[in-house]
Ligand binder design. Sequence first.
Ligand SMILES: Cc1cc2nc3c(=O)[nH]c(=O)nc-3n(C[C@H](O)[C@H](O)[C@H](O)COP(=O)(O)OP(=O)(O)OC[C@H]3O[C@@H](n4cnc5c(N)ncnc54)[C@H](O)[C@@H]3O)c2cc1C
Length: 444
Amino acid sequence: MSRRLSAQLRSFLIQRPSTTRPVLCTSRVLVSSQRSFSVSRAQRLMETSGFTDEQLTVREAISKICSNFPDEYWLEHDQQEKYPHELHAALAKDGWIGIALPEELGGAGLGISEATMMLQTISESGAGMAGAQSIHANVYATQPVAKFGTKKQLQRMLPRLISGEARACFGVTEPNTGLETLKLRTIAKKDGDSYSISGQKIWISSAQVATKMILLARTTPPEEVKKPSEGLSLFFIDFDKSQPGLELKRIKKMGGRAVDANEVFFDNYRISADSLIGSEGQGFKIVLHGMNAERCLLAGEALGLGYAALKRASAYAKDRIVFGRPIGQNQAIQHPLAEAYMHLEAAKLATYHAARLYDQSTHDPNITQHAVGVACNSAKYLAAEAAFKACERSVLSMGGMGYAAEYHVERYLRECFVPRIAPVSREMIMNFVGEKVLGLPRSY
Ligand SMILES: Cc1cc2nc3c(=O)[nH]c(=O)nc-3n(C[C@H](O)[C@H](O)[C@H](O)COP(=O)(O)OP(=O)(O)OC[C@H]3O[C@@H](n4cnc5c(N)ncnc54)[C@H](O)[C@@H]3O)c2cc1C
């Protein structure tokens, strides 16, 4: 465990007897019986029984950091499309970026179970997808690097990400191939002790601020590979916009506007040959390791948004008086919120089950990658749908104020489309489960 983080965790564990639930910081919430934009406090909703001490400690420590970034911070950053550098810096300062990276590299040596809790807590604080996306590629996309990189590469690549001096983005999606990852066209051509990259990526989050990219590119043309899953390679590259052959174009988007999304154009962009992670041609298998972790983190982020929305909606429904009684006394308001809560709790179980399987599979050969894949995909699907239900019902329960930016739930609703679409869509998860679990004919 890194010295910085271990001190942090130790101090939390000492302060908190393991049998009692931690007292979590509550963020500010905008509710008022006067129906003006004032503030009062509300409790977090998620049931925390059954989590490990480590997960609860992470939740408590991250809540504390996030309490310095209230909803108003995220509202302003969303509206002005301003990057949340301060949150990234605060998390890096205490060592949290390396939560699931090895201790010998300065990480905390914890797992995806704890990292999922971290990302959920960030999202749940009101930071939503924007807050989570400001760090999450550094957490999940580094997993395959840590597993398949050489010792020398790890020492060169990861400590600076953990300390926050460097930042990574994840470059997989392409405009012409979409979800058909095996058809990627961006080419990495070996030339002596370097590769030359040409092609285009799209939707790359945080590319404007990143100085590194974890890139999936083609090293063998599709017609020359034995299996479609071969021919792609994974690289950890310098992402240096001052060098020739690299250009970005920002994409205007619906939500999470504090964090940039970009088209990235490579035109004979040079990278050193020792940027290659693992064997050439095996990049797809290698990157899957990070993709399952990413699904868990996204599931956690979705849950966070859902709980944050329900917290606001239920506080509002308690206070808002129409026809002489709180609107929350009407079952037409109460029941949809209660149902959304139960869906979130069910998705929470699926999410932390998937994260646990992911972590255990690293040392238990009885847990297959198939089982991990099914659990992580299912969790991401269920959490994203539960979050959507919670956000939509929260907006509707709050009437006109649900639509007002200053009540924040409209922002949560806009953001909760991301885990429904990315990193893999709802339809592709159902295709996967239909084929790989139910044994139905492949539909795509
Ligand atoms: C905010 C945001 C941030 C992102 N950040 C990153 C990032 O940092 N790095 C990165 O690499 N990518 C990123 N992505 C990309 C994301 O992973 C993709 O958008 C996602 O994988 C979907 O791919 P696509 O947009 O090309 O959809 P397409 O492949 O064009 O699919 C469009 C629709 O058709 C459906 N569809 C396609 N084929 C089938 C089929 N056979 N059966 C049923 N339905 C089908 C899909 O489910 C989807 O609904 C981000 C996306 C967003 C929106």
